[in-house]
Design a protein around this ligand. Structure first.
Ligand code: ZN
Length: 239
């Protein structure tokens, strides 16, 4: 076994309140692309960068265009959990993992079977009528055309945190408290570039800070263990 994986295994073995904090890289192994990685194909299809199309002001001013983009680029309802999601479920069942904090909105942690999940940026699986607050699922959104409407006439808005919008304070507080109490913080599949989510690392007080990412992050110098690789491949080697 790789010596870094061995170190990771030892840290997991001696921990009982692990918090996993994950980003887009956790879902790419399930075939969900990171929308921030703008490719040529994308640029041919849309007039604006994703940060604009997924902003609150764009939603308000170009609602129909927002939903065209949203249905095509944000809804991957056939995606299945990968090795990373499954290993985190195992750790939760074994009483070693306290919570998953995720920046992803695809619901794959819950689909895999995780219970304690803080979705910082919301979820595509919850969509509410802005008028009567009726709940709609992601399949309804995918099947809709134009601007999705409730039978009451209200527009249905995904429970997803758009650019320019604040995080849900209750979710954020829950994530902060879990990280403060954690005896190990495992961060995977994120470049820790998106604030305020990235600043959550600062609430961790322990000495088992692990970073697992394909590229470097601004927190590398603070990590007790750093592993460069795909999160699913790395976690899949734990027993
Ligand atoms: Zn309604």
């Amino acid at each position: 076994m790789d010596s870094k994986i061995e170190q990771l295994q030892k840290m997991v073995d001696m921990s009982s309140r692990i918090v996993f904090f994950g980003g887009a890289g956790v879902s790419t192994e399930s075939g969900i692309p990171d929308f921030r990685s703008v490719d040529g194909l994308y640029q041919q299809h849309y007039k604006y960068p994703p940060e604009i199309m997924l902003s609150h002001s764009f939603y308000e001013s170009h609602t129909a265009e927002f939903f065209d983009f949203y249905r095509e680029k944000m809804l991957y309802l056939k995606a299945e959990p990968n090795e990373a999601h499954r290993k985190l479920v195992e750790l939760e069942k074994a009483g070693k993992l306290a919570a998953v904090v995720t920046q992803n909105i695809d619901g794959l942690h819950q689909k895999a079977g995780s219970h304690a999940v803080f979705e910082l940026h919301g979820s595509v699986h919850r969509n509410y009528c802005r008028h009567c607050h009726k709940l709609f699922d992601a399949q309804f959104m995918l099947n809709s055309t134009g601007i999705p409407k409730c039978e009451c006439g209200g527009t249905i808005k995904p429970d997803v945190v758009l650019y320019e919008e604040g995080l849900n304070q209750q979710t954020l507080q829950g994530a902060v408290e879990a990280i403060e109490r954690a005896d190990m913080l495992m961060i995977g599949g994120t470049s820790l570039a998106v604030y305020p989510a990235a600043s959550l690392v600062n609430y961790y007080n322990g000495n088992r800070l692990v970073l697992i990412n394909r590229t470097g992050t601004p927190q590398d110098k603070n990590a007790d263990l750093m592993i460069h690789g795909n999160i699913g491949e790395v976690l899949g080697q734990l027993h």
